[in-house]
Write a protein that binds this ligand. Structure first.
Ligand code: GLA
Length: 469
């Protein structure tokens, strides 16, 4: 089995970390463009080696070349002992063309490896949030993982107001169009994120030309126009929308966002109604984080009840699930899903990740992005030690056990990113750390956590074949 030496691994880690920083600069709010920066939320083996592609086709191609040219193709070069060896080729055909190996590293699932979306196909969809490089198919490694393992996609940033509607009257649909096409091309359930939020929304939305706050009617008109334009453009194609994001404080009261202050607490009712008018068949969700905190959960339950009582066509609740290693507990997650399930709305796990790095405060407090990163705050700069890798796998397994228990209510489990280098958690709650919150490492290789998640729903099989490393 070929192993990466530690230098090349370090270099790759560095490159990925830089890539992550670049991406998340688009995602972390810039003061000039966005409002309410201070109100950011609290947050929250398979041995490593080369991956191979296998296919019956590649096997047949090998046989063809052996029979006609006496050589194996590509990187292997001419092999004298294979020359004109039809009998050998026939023997190889007999033992199965699926075993042929091309020495081209590709971070997809090797033959015989279970595929996430298939493992859970009778339970819920498995989604991933895509960044720009994935949407434009520049990140070929990430795209290969998405196509292999996921059957739903959410845009990490490109449909947020600041990006899709940066100035009055100017929309930028280049990336969202590609995003939706990508999902349709691969038969995926396409989610829109997000229509109404206090973050990543330009200041002009709430102000007149002189910079003074606009009144309720002006803001409602802007909201209607935005929702009709964006939802209307993808009518029938984006199947579900995070209509309102993060309307609650940690104690379950309403967040005093500009939406709330200017329109009043019926801004949610209005947003859902506009979205429903723009696409009557789209599923509509309320999406928030830390609903596992009892007070916030109670506030969320009340909010959904009120929306339903007002006749709002809400189909689901998004539990973001930006988790830590020790929070929320399995019992909290279970209780939270149960509480919303009882209201008759579907559950979507919308932004799943697990932060393995130390926090300086407990959930519920605000964090500053500009904290100096000390080695204590960034303990796994080079690699995640085996013990933590396994602890992460165990953590993911326990979360998926809860999700599976609620498989009747849960429609989708979406990860917030594809591979570790993509994650916003490399730059939050402070910039420039090396985090490991997802199921694929910085080189796109499956982590033990992937195997652990799969094992939650797959009985161990005996007599499997086709491992080649
Ligand atoms: C929130 C938002 C997401 C994303 C994450 C992390 O959860 O809903 O769009 O911005 O924060 O950055």
């Amino acid at each position: 089995m070929k192993r990466l030496n530690s230098k090349s691994l370090r270099n790759s880690l560095k490159e990925s970390a830089n890539g992550a920083k670049y991406e998340s600069q688009g995602q972390v709010r810039s003061e000039a463009e966005h409002v309410a920066p201070g109100s950011k939320k609290p947050r929250a083996s398979r041995p490593e080696g080369p991956k191979y592609t296998y296919s019956a086709l590649s096997g047949l191609r090998h046989i063809f070349l052996i029979l006609t040219q006496g050589r194996r193709p590509d990187k292997v070069g001419t092999c004298p002992w294979l020359s004109y060896s039809a009998p050998l080729a026939l023997f190889v055909l007999l033992i199965g063309s699926g075993f042929f190996v091309e020495s081209k590293p590709v971070p997809a699932a090797p033959a015989g490896t279970a595929v996430l979306k298939d493992v859970f196909k009778n339970d819920f969809m498995i989604g991933a949030a895509l960044n720009r490089r994935q949407i434009f198919e520049e990140d070929t490694s990430g795209v290969a993982i998405v196509r292999t393992h996921f059957n739903s996609i959410t845009p990490e940033n490109v449909l947020k107001w600041a990006l899709v509607h940066p100035e009055p009257g100017r929309y930028d649909f280049a990336a969202p169009d590609r995003f939706v096409e990508f999902g349709e091309k691969h038969g995926m359930f396409v989610v829109g994120h997000t229509l109404v939020w206090h973050n990543q929304t330009p200041r002009w939305v709430f102000q007149d030309e002189k910079g003074n706050p606009v009144g309720r009617e002006v803001l409602l008109n802007r909201l209607r126009e935005h929702i009709f334009t964006v939802v209307g453009r993808y009518k029938g194609r984006i199947k579900g929308w995070d209509v309102v994001n993060e309307a609650l404080n940690q104690d379950g009261t309403m967040r005093e966002s500009p939406w709330f202050k200017i329109i009043g607490d019926d801004y949610l009712v209005k947003a859902f109604q506009f979205a429903h008018e723009a696409d009557p068949n789209a599923e509509l969700y309320y999406n928030d984080y830390d609903l596992e905190l009892p007070a916030k959960r109670a506030g969320g339950v009340e909010l959904i009840k009120k929306l339903k009582a007002a006749g709002v066509p809400i189909s689901g609740v998004g539990l973001q699930n930006h988790n830590q290693m020790d929070w929320p507990s399995v019992a909290d997650e279970d209780a939270t899903i149960t509480a919303f399930e009882k209201l008759g709305v579907k559950i979507h796990i919308t932004e799943l990740d697990v932060d393995v790095l130390p926090r300086t405060t407990r959930p519920g407090a605000d964090y500053a992005v500009d904290v100096t990163v000390t080695p204590q705050l960034n303990p796994y700069a080079d690699r995640l030690p085996d013990a933590q890798q396994l602890a992460l796998a165990k953590r993911y397994a326990e979360l998926f056990q809860v999700y599976l228990k609620h498989r009747d209510a849960i429609e989708r489990v979406t990860f917030w990113g594809v591979a570790d280098g993509d994650s916003w958690l490399n730059n939050w709650p402070m910039k420039g750390r090396t985090n490991y919150p997802l199921l694929f490492d910085r080189l796109g290789r499956p982590k033990p956590a992937l195997a652990a998640v799969i094992a939650v729903n797959v009985k161990p099989q005996t007599g499997t074949r086709g491992t080649n490393d």
